[in-house]
Structure formats: C-alpha cells, structure tokens
Design a protein around this ligand. Structure first.
Ligand SMILES: [Zn+2]
Length: 421
C-alpha cells in the first residue's frame, strides 16, 4: 500500500525524520502481525526473500531508538525502530526507495512476531524490562539470542514492569468474584473459639466465642478481649453465617451446662441427668462440625462462671484443631507373665492414637497432631472416664483373674472389643 510517491517524500528528508511510521491500532506499544501485514505492500509479502533471518541487538539509545541487525548469509542490514505509544517508526539501512516497509523489515518482524520473542519490542517500552535491567544490572543478564535480545532475570519470581502492567490489572476481575469468607472488615480482629474446661472434671466443658486481636499478618492471635456474656453481644467485626450459628450453640451449651456435674458415671442411671447430657452432647456435635472450618480454636483453662467481666488470658489458651472424625474404642489385654494388663485404645482412621489426654469430659486431645476429637457417644465418654479413674491401665495378678473377669471383663466384652496380646 505504501508506494513510491510517498516514500520519495520520506527520503527527501532523511536526516530530519528517517522513519516511516505505522499506527498501532490495538494495545499501547504492541506491534502485532495484523498491524504489520496491514501496513506492508502485498508484493513485499508475496515475494519476501527475507525469510527467517538472524536478528542481533545492537543498541537502544536514550532517545528511544532501537537498533537491530538482520542478516541472511552474507547480507546484513540495520533496522532502526522508534517505539512510541501508538505508533512505531521503522527504517532499514538497505536504502530501498520503493516500499516503506522493505522485505528486510517485513521478514524480521515476521520472524519475531510469528516464531520468536513476541514481546521483543515490549522490552523497550518506557519503564520496561530493558530499562529496569540496565538500571539494576546485578539482577539481570542481558545477552544476544536468536531473537535479538534475551534479558534473563536472576531474581526468583517475575519482575514487574510496564509491559506486564496490563496483565496485572486482571486482578480486578478476580477481586470482583464472589467470596463468602470475608467475615472481617477489621483485619486486626477475628472471632476465636475457646473450648473451656472449668475446674477439671467437676463441670462440663463450655464453648465460648471471644474476639481476638490479630498480629500484623493476620496469622496469629496475640490477645483476647472479654468473654461475651450475652448472646446478643455486639461484635466489632462482621460474623460469618457459620460463626452466627456457632455463637448460638455456644450460649445454649453454656446455659444447659451451668448447674450440671461433669462426673458422668456417678449419675449414670439418673434419667433426667442422662437426657440433659444427651441434649448437651448433641449441641456439641453440631458445634464440632461448625468449628472444623474456623481458623482460631483454643483449649482453655481457668474460666469462672461467677466472673462476669472476665478476659481470656493468652497463656491459658492452647491453639488446637478439631476434627469431626470419631475415635473408636477397644481394649487391649496383654499377658505380662505374672500379671495381665488392660488398657483402652483409641483408633482414628485405622491409626491408634498414642499420646493423648482426655479433657473437657467429651474430648480427647491428641498431642502429635494437636487435634481435638469428640468421643462418639455418651457411653464411650463414660467408659473412658471410668477407666481413667483407674489410671487408664489395670494390672491384674493371676490370683485375681477370675474375679476381674466376672466383675469387669465379661460385662465389658458385651459392648467393646477386647483384644488379647
Ligand atoms: Zn531493507
């Protein structure tokens, strides 16, 4: 399309403006094959002899002119490129007067844009990677490559630069996507949950929400506020649906557990007590399934019902995870020569839990995984409590074996598996 008449006017002012400009019609600084093709004479494209040339970077001047050489066998030309936001100036040293875009320019860009480094020109945009690499040389290696120039980033990760800026704007689309877990606008605070064991086993455990102060990164709780004493407590952060449901259960559990003992087996047969216990247990079950998705859960000692303005103390709170997996109980009876030994065993997902303690009547705390599990039934809880009162290990000498069998082992075997070793 660019014919002789036009090019003669260009060549008549070679020193003032040697460039032939083509407009860039899409993104800033972005020369595409379409733009190149639309601005190149069909004859040049058809009769192109400059197919797949070797391209070498020469220099990039302060005035923004990029010089590259393009060569095939013994022929070599210098192409000067002036890259501007919405146009690109091109000049070839072949002194061709017939076409604005000569076969060398066409062949060179055809190679770069079709096969080579498509971002070749992008590297030279203002604040682009070339500018950055020259300014911070120790972090980059700049070398000639088959595609003119290769800028190797020696930092791990990408280097943000102007040619990437458009891509980074894509974050806005992502941030507009739906997200349900934005519970807290105030990022210095969060809701935490504390499983509280009041006075060892004399009372049932309770679960309380408590606002926690977060560290800068939001990864850890560095302190707690007062325990909320009313169900309609005014939180300084927005609660998620999960937290709203949990908080309701917290207060139900607290109200139900207030005047009830945590020593289960003593009351084993009192119907009223057992019904209440069942009710509390069911609420805890629901709480555990909701707690699984909460980030900050703690095991806590030292809560007193009487103290209305109590603040949770950081050192009394131990971070734990909770799992709705249920540990299964069986007993193991080992022959130790002179005596037999009976121990309870807890199994989660086919693995025996080795180091754990019971806490908060319903729970066990597995140390290795810092995970809290809820025992699967009131009977299991009471059975664990019973055997715990005998130090979790019963040693029986031969002369007492029969009596032990009658009073304990046989009844136990009706409900639990006893494995002899
Ligand atoms: Zn040329």
């Amino acid at each position: 399309m660019a014919k002789k008449s036009k090019s003669s006017s260009v060549s008549s002012l070679p020193s003032l403006n040697p460039f032939y400009y083509i407009p860039l019609d899409n993104e800033d600084y972005q020369l595409t094959l379409d733009v190149l093709n639309n601005n190149t004479d069909p004859l040049i494209k058809k009769r192109s002899t400059w197919f797949y040339p070797a391209i070498t970077f020469i220099n990039f001047s302060r005035s923004g002119i990029l010089k590259i050489s393009t060569s095939k066998e013994k022929e070599k030309y210098v192409i000067s490129i002036k890259l501007e936001k919405n146009k690109i100036g091109l000049h070839c040293s072949c002194k061709n007067k017939d076409y604005h875009i000569c076969t060398h320019v066409y062949g060179t860009f055809d190679r770069l844009l079709s096969y080579g480094n498509r971002n070749f020109l992008n590297q030279f945009t203002p604040k682009g990677i070339y500018e950055t690499a020259i300014k911070h040389k120790k972090y980059f290696q700049i070398k000639n490559s088959h595609y003119g120039l290769e800028i190797i980033n020696k930092l791990s990760g990408c280097v943000y630069n102007s040619s990437l800026s458009k891509g980074f704007e894509g974050i806005n689309n992502i941030l507009n996507l739906r997200c349900d877990n934005q519970g807290t606008e105030d990022r210095t605070k969060t809701v935490t949950y504390l499983i509280i064991q009041p006075n060892r086993f004399q009372k049932l455990p309770i679960l309380l929400p408590c606002e926690g102060k977060l560290n800068k990164e939001g990864t850890n709780v560095i302190g707690f506020d007062n325990f909320p004493i009313k169900e309609d407590h005014d939180y300084s952060i927005t609660l998620t649906e999960n937290q709203k449901a949990l908080n309701k259960i917290c207060f139900i559990i607290r109200e139900l557990s207030k005047d009830i003992t945590g020593e289960l087996f003593e009351f084993g047969e009192e119907r009223k007590y057992v019904e209440l216990l069942d009710n509390i247990y069911t609420h805890w079950k629901t709480a555990v399934s909701l707690l699984e998705s909460e980030r900050f859960l703690y095991k806590y000692w030292g809560y007193r019902y009487s103290n209305r303005k109590q603040k949770a103390i950081k050192k009394n709170a131990r971070p734990v995870k909770i799992s709705s997996d249920s540990p299964q109980i069986h007993f193991q009876l080992s022959d130790k020569g002179d005596y037999q030994q009976l121990v309870p065993k807890l199994v989660v997902r086919n693995k025996i839990l080795n180091s754990y303690i019971s806490f908060g009547v319903f729970f066990i705390h597995h140390f290795e995984s810092e995970t809290v599990y809820m025992l699967p039934s009131i009977r299991d809880i009471a059975a664990c409590e019973f055997i715990r009162n005998y130090e979790n290990k019963v040693n029986v000498f031969k002369e007492h074996r029969n009596m032990f069998k009658q009073t304990f082992l046989d009844p136990l075997k009706k409900c639990y598996q006893v494995i002899s070793k």
